[in-house]
Ligand binder design. Structure first.
Ligand SMILES: [Zn+2]
Length: 484
């Protein structure tokens, strides 16, 4: 009879509906990492920033983040790219230097010194590419160098004396990354760098109207970036992290304070040094001549109430700035508001960075938005070493050894609010399967009832049923075997 195979189908389909292990999702979404150099954590407090506010509402905002020490551009950016403290990744200064020849290279020229950057740590571009992804980088510090012979798949290095402040160029670069790199070339990860509001903060000071105007330019650019992602159909496939390398602090000028000038300190002589890096903001590195370390150290220690002087091996552990042979034996830094001058004051910036990373003025901002980030979530401060393992987790790649801890910031991801997160999409699929099968089963039960009624009617009419009953027993028996 017709209903016999239908009943078998019904039961057999139900037996297939036993939960099967959910497969792990291996698909990742695209990720854009953006740095606005020197964007202090509180720069949105005295300026209208509608686009940054919207981003915080649509995604995640950290109160602030703590950069690595020394709080200057190349070292702290390389921490974001590697997840390592500066003593562990080796890019210990903006300037490459040679203590034997006294040669120093500028920030820009140091970008091209491969051995300065490539000293055993791999930035995320290389790690991603070795695991089958495609990475790109535009102007991000470290882009010009190669790492074990490899570089980002697509990269753009700015020319020397580049104008880092041109808003039109910012928009063109954003469209290039969205249209050509993400959509056209299907890149998985891109890092992007903007040289502001750092330059304006240095020149005019962090409390100036010029800095506030530049923050509005950054805010417009964040709005432009998100609308460009939308125009290119990337809203559902692209996650965006926006942060910075360090903050900015006002420098006391015009005789307000006693300047730190090393040559004026009694007992100190540049003649006792075989190499030094000073006159570059609030920090300095000294290499005393053979046998003169204690003399130099004793002269400087306690010489100025706002000058910190440490032997490399005695540096406070939280700074993570001693365990590297490139770091010179004596490390100096000043309190916020001061800079370190060598022979006489030659620094005229109204804003500076490079101070202790515990100083609030050195803390950058952090925002993140996209399909993998939770919405309207304010998270506690965290160290920027943690951004690297977060990015690797989002790209589903295995990170290199690093100093970050994913578990400290993983809660900002949507996956963290679904306990069986890895199976979340699979669970949805299973739910759909169960619902579908339930509907089929319900329909078949109706058919079954109709056919049974019809069978009984026929049975009563024909008074003949023995053959069909045998078929039912056979089917039920097979069904049980299938279920076990
Ligand atoms: Zn910087």
């Amino acid at each position: 009879m017709l209903w016999t195979p239908v009943l078998c189908l019904c039961l057999c389909v139900q037996s297939l509906a036993v939960p099967v292990p959910a497969h792990r999702a291996t698909e990742h979404r695209k990720l854009l990492l953006v740095s606005f150099d020197g964007f202090r954590w509180d720069y949105d407090r005295d300026v209208d920033t509608p686009h940054l506010d919207a981003m915080a509402k649509d995604g995640v905002k950290a109160t602030y983040v703590t950069p690595a020490f020394l709080t200057i551009t190349s070292p702290t950016h390389f921490t974001i790219l590697t997840g390592k403290y500066i003593e562990n990744h080796g890019v210990i200064h903006n300037m490459w230097f040679n203590t034997s020849t006294w040669e120093k290279k500028s920030y820009y020229k140091s970008q091209f010194v491969n051995e300065w950057w490539d000293s055993g740590s791999l930035p995320i571009w290389i790690t991603a590419q070795r695991q089958g992804l495609k990475a790109g980088s535009l102007h991000f510090p470290g882009t010009a160098s190669t790492y074990q012979g490899e570089s980002a798949f697509v990269r753009e290095v700015e020319p020397e004396n580049y104008n880092y402040s041109n808003e039109t160029a910012w928009q063109e670069n954003i469209d290039k990354v969205m249209e050509s790199w993400f959509r056209g070339q299907d890149l998985d990860f891109v890092s992007m760098y903007f040289g502001e509001p750092d330059a304006t903060g240095h020149r005019y000071g962090p409390d100036s109207p010029e800095r506030r105007a530049m923050v509005q330019q950054v805010d417009r650019t964040v709005g432009y970036l998100r609308s460009s992602a939308e125009r290119n159909g990337l809203s559902e496939s692209l996650n965006i992290i926006i942060t910075a390398d360090h903050g900015m602090s006002t420098v006391y000028r015009n005789g307000l304070v006693e300047e730190i000038v090393l040559s004026k300190i009694p007992g100190f002589s540049f003649g006792d040094l075989s190499f030094h890096i000073v006159d570059f903001g609030p920090a300095g590195l000294l290499l005393p001549k053979e046998g003169r370390l204690d003399k130099v150290y004793s002269a400087l220690k306690g010489a100025h109430p706002h000058l910190h002087v440490y032997k490399k091996e005695e540096l406070p552990v939280h700074l993570h700035y001693s365990q590297n042979e490139r770091i010179l034996p004596i490390i100096l830094w000043a309190d916020p508001g001061y800079v370190i001058n060598g022979y006489f004051p030659v620094q005229f910036h109204k804003g500076e960075h490079g101070y202790d990373n515990q100083a609030l003025d050195m803390k950058p901002f952090f925002r993140a938005v996209g399909p993998d980030f939770r919405k309207n979530l304010l998270v506690e401060p965290f160290e920027t070493v943690n951004i690297y393992p977060l990015m690797c987790h989002m790209l589903k790649i295995t990170p290199e050894p690093n100093d970050g801890q994913l578990e400290l910031i993983q809660h900002m991801l949507t996956s963290s609010i679904q306990p069986e997160n890895e199976g979340s999409s699979d669970n949805d699929i299973l739910t759909s399967v169960f619902t579908g099968l339930g509907a089929v089963a319900g329909f078949l039960v109706v058919v079954f009832v109709v056919l049974i009624s019809r069978g009984i009617y026929k049975h009563r009419r024909n008074k003949s049923s023995s053959t069909d009953e045998g078929k039912i027993d056979k089917c039920q028996s097979e069904t049980k075997q299938t279920s076990f």
